[in-house]
Design a binder for this molecule. Structure first.
Ligand code: ARG
Length: 400
């Protein structure tokens, strides 16, 4: 029997109804937990109160935006994390930190289960449940939307019946998830992959087709992590927030993706992540300047795997930890400044510099001062091409 449940609470319809729904179904007490991962929007104190009004025995808000930036976003930047080369893992990064706080709250409040409001069709259910099984294998998981028939219509009826303080008319026509690293939108007209997303989908970014005076921004990195904006040192959370505004004003970071979910469905997703796209573009460019060639080539594969693991709900996995060890080692010396022009929906790198730059002007130049001995190239090509040459000679011999 479940006696106490910690519910991942967002303040929206589903999780507000879930408080009473879980109570009615299981007799358990519900502790609501809202985690601030920089989602902005509604005041978290209002959300905390709403959970109590909906019947929670306790309601907790955890300010985790600094932790989210430093322990989840920073490794994602170092790993150039883009699932399917395009999605910066907005929700995929927030679920593991929410799990961590759910588990901590369950221990603190003597709960024997956690609950989430995910459906059975998405990735987030996997991220929650695999995360809990890694951090606290003894905890049960309740998923009322997926497992006990809490459909949208029934949730609305339940809210009306009990007079819950949810204004259904104010609901967005889209399913939204947002945090410091970006904003996701699904459902409604977006389910037609041919339909252009209406402008009302977008909140973090202005229409990129409107002509504006371009902005220029300089981002400083220390060992692969952004540490400064236009020469001002900033904590990562503040830097990302500021860049969301700056780059968002130029429509940077809009992504329209038909995505392969872990559960096998292809789904059409609209993302807005002005800061993420700007920072990932800058970081990748600084790596090109500072990483030795073979490290850089190898790291591309590691980066891709890292993104897939995190997308697939395996944040708390030994492979992620092992890849992070490589990424951390490779990131030492990814230090310097990248200058970008923000205009027309694009963050375009226009310059980069680093105290650890591997760019050697004396080797690269075609002008005076060239120190590259072009004569060396002849022997190099001879040996480099030798296996191919030997193979080609055999082919000629056997198949003239
Ligand atoms: N498809 C994205 C992902 O799996 C976004 C999910 C958004 N989650 C949500 N509950 N609306 O990471």
């Amino acid at each position: 029997m479940t006696e106490r449940v910690v519910l991942a609470y967002s303040g929206g319809l589903d999780t507000s109804v879930a408080i009473g729904w879980i109570g009615a179904e299981t007799g358990a007490e519900v502790v609501a937990l809202a985690v601030d991962v920089g989602q902005g929007g509604e005041d978290l104190e209002a959300i905390r109160q709403r959970a109590l009004t909906c019947g929670a025995v306790e309601s907790i808000v955890v300010d985790a935006s600094t932790e989210f930036a430093e322990s989840f976003v920073a490794p994602a930047i170092r790993s150039n994390a883009l699932y399917m080369d395009r999605y910066p893992l907005i929700s995929s990064l927030s679920r593991p930190i929410i799990v961590k706080h759910l588990v901590a709250a369950a221990r603190e409040h003597g709960a024997d289960a956690i609950a989430h409001g995910c459906t059975g069709k998405g990735n987030d259910q996997v991220r929650f449940e695999v995360g809990v099984s890694a951090l606290a294998p003894g905890l049960k998981v309740l998923a009322p939307v997926r497992d006990s028939g809490m459909t949208r219509d029934k949730a609305i009826a339940f809210a009306e019946e009990r007079g819950l303080p949810i204004d259904v008319s104010k609901r967005s026509p889209y399913s939204i998830d947002q945090n410091l690293w970006g904003r996701t939108a699904e459902c409604g007209i977006l389910e037609d992959p041919w339909a252009q997303p209406p402008e009302d989908v977008f909140v973090y970014s202005a229409d990129p087709t409107v002509t504006r005076t371009p902005d220029e921004v300089t981002i400083s990195f220390t060992d692969g992590v952004p540490t400064g904006l236009d020469g001002r040192a900033l904590p990562l959370a503040a830097l990302v927030a500021e860049l969301n505004t700056r780059a968002g004003a130029h429509g940077v970071g809009r992504i329209d993706l038909v995505e392969d979910r872990l559960v096998g469905i292809k789904s059409r997703e609209i993302y807005e992540c002005p800061a993420a796209i700007t920072l990932l573009t800058a970081h990748r460019d600084l790596e090109d300047l500072t990483l030795e060639r073979d490290v850089a080539r190898f790291k591309r594969g590691v980066d891709q795997r890292w993104g897939e693991i995190v997308y697939d709900g395996l944040w708390y996995s030994p492979l992620r930890a092992a890849l992070d060890a490589f990424v951390d080692a490779a990131s030492v010396g990814v230090t310097g400044d990248v200058r970008l022009r923000l205009a027309g929906g694009v963050a375009q790198v226009v310059g980069r510099r680093s105290p650890g730059s591997l760019y050697d002007h004396a080797l690269a130049t075609y002008d005076a001062g060239d120190q590259f001995d072009q004569g060396d190239a002849r022997g190099f090509i001879e040996l480099w091409g030798l296996p191919t040459k030997v193979w080609a000679a055999r082919e000629q011999r056997l198949n003239p």
